[in-house]
Design a binder for this molecule. Structure first.
Ligand SMILES: Cc1ncc(COP(=O)(O)O)c(C=O)c1O
Length: 384
């Protein structure tokens, strides 16, 4: 069917875009010998896992259910799990899905590492290289003061023992968010200064996610130099576990205008109520915050009519942003927010009794098909 015939709100995943990203990530692996995993926290639409598995070495999971999903839906591929802390009642099941288990503290390594090893898993420890390279988004900076993520060198010195070190097959750090490889290079330097003496004893180093590898203009040669340095100097197998880079620009959110509110002066923006909500369907717009791209629109004031686009919930701040148009959108018009495959479907909620958006696919031949719709039972089933 055509895009205009899809129900709204609806996430529309673009197969060709996923393939374009996949090709870039496959090329990187072929040239450097690194392995790239899908961070499922960002994109877990398992219907696309068969396509993605042509390009990726496996999945990364942040919890039991993601671990199971990766094992079930990308069979034969690697499953790596990192949790800030494991639950004793889940750990045995996790070891059945995971090939690699990563710990966030030396205490957790001591508590669960021997069981992970006995179950045949490789064991890793997350480091905190204490090197912030991000500006503006403190909640996405695992190196921010007081962070609970990763082991700092002073903690390592206080608690690491030869027995625990002997359990480790690899090390991990994740410190980036939507960044280029210059930030990785800086972080790697800090990590090497603090922990480099142990790199030679490890089989692998996982450089986490936050690498915007598939963004136009990303400095791929610098990333490849970082990887080759680790391979050549320490003999390490390098893992990357990006989420965004896998599904970047990989889909949109289709929405229709439900109402156009009157304005009192020509100066104020026209207020539009859409059937998609920032709070329910694009929560990072409020959390991060950011202004998602909208097809065919301009910056406020750039085109003839500036509109403030908001959702249908009772939350006063359920506002997606201000956009300008050649002419004012009308009730029933279809709008398309771009780059909506990442950190959206994995984070939706039904606040205010809002329906969850449908999920659809644009096949490579351009045909659009609905993959899944949601209804009242999806709302009710989580509430009692
Ligand atoms: C440990 C870890 N790995 C990978 C990722 C994926 O990051 P991104 O989607 O920014 O590439 C995250 C994101 O928070 C993370 O915490």
């Amino acid at each position: 069917m055509e895009k205009r015939d899809l129900p709204t709100p609806c996430y529309l995943i673009d197969e060709a875009a996923l393939r374009r990203n996949g090709e870039i990530l496959k090329g990187l692996q072929q040239r450097t010998g690194c392995r790239v995993l899908l961070a499922q926290k960002c994109f877990s639409c398992f219907g696309f896992y068969p396509l993605l598995s042509e390009y990726l070495a496996g999945t990364e999971a942040s919890g039991l259910y993601e671990a199971r999903l990766g094992a079930e839906e990308m069979p034969g591929k690697e499953v790596h799990v990192f949790e800030a802390a494991y639950r004793p009642d889940e750990f045995e099941e996790i070891t059945r899905y995971a090939g690699h288990i990563l710990f966030n503290s030396i205490g957790q390594l001591a508590r669960f590492g021997p069981a992970a090893k006995a179950a045949g898993c490789q064991v890793g420890l997350r480091l905190n290289p204490e090197c912030s390279t991000q500006e503006g988004h403190a909640i996405y900076d695992p190196c921010a003061p007081g962070s609970r993520l990763g082991v700092r060198r002073a903690e390592w010195d206080a608690a690491m023992t030869p027995e625990l070190l002997g359990l480790l097959d690899g090390l991990h750090f994740h410190t980036l968010c939507e960044q280029d490889s210059d930030a990785l290079e800086m972080t790697l330097q800090a990590a090497e200064e603090k922990f480099g003496e142990f790199f030679g004893q490890m089989k692998w180093l996982n450089l986490g996610g936050g690498h915007h590898i598939t963004r136009p203009g990303y400095d791929l040669p610098r990333l490849e130099r970082c990887i080759r340095h680790l391979t050549d100097r320490y003999g390490l197998l390098v893992y990357l576990e990006p989420g965004e880079a896998v599904a970047l620009n990989g889909g949109s959110l289709l929405t229709r205008v439900l109402d156009v509110l009157p304005r009192l002066t020509g100066k104020e923006p026209v207020r539009l109520i859409l059937d998609a909500s920032a709070a329910c369907h694009m929560p990072d717009v409020l959390e991060m915050p950011y202004r998602p791209p909208l097809a065919g629109s301009g910056q406020p004031g750039e085109k003839a009519v500036t509109c403030r686009l908001g959702g249908p919930t009772c939350l006063a701040g359920d506002v997606i942003g201000e956009y300008s148009f050649d002419s004012c959108p009308q009730i029933g018009d279809l709008l398309e927010f771009e780059d909506m495959a990442i950190y959206t479907m994995v984070k939706t909620n039904t606040f205010n009794g809002m329906p969850l958006p449908a999920i659809a696919v644009r096949k490579e031949n351009g045909d659009c098909q609905v993959v899944r719709t949601f209804g009242y039972e999806d709302f009710k089933s989580r509430l009692g």
